[in-house]
Design a protein around this ligand. Structure first.
Ligand SMILES: [Zn+2]
Length: 71
């Protein structure tokens, strides 16, 4: 996979199923699935478009809040 190292930043697409927009951020797939995002199977990193990154942040924040409320 690392055979082609182009100096230009290759545009990654959002790894969320049925999205396909240009990705802006990448996070670990674990973090993404914890946030409830439907990541394509076999992906090593979860690349998120602007919208899904926002959703990820929102959800992970909410989870934390719910978690602390639950205890
Ligand atoms: Zn997306």
């Amino acid at each position: 996979m690392a055979e082609h190292k182009s100096p230009e930043r290759q545009e990654e697409l959002c790894t969320v199923k049925a999205c396909g927009k240009a990705a802006e951020r990448s996070i670990s797939t674990d973090a993404a699935s914890e946030a409830g995002l439907d990541i394509m199977e076999g992906a090593r990193r979860a690349h998120l478009c602007k919208d899904h990154y926002k959703e990820y942040k929102k959800r992970s924040k909410k989870d934390r809040k719910l978690d602390s409320l639950g205890h």
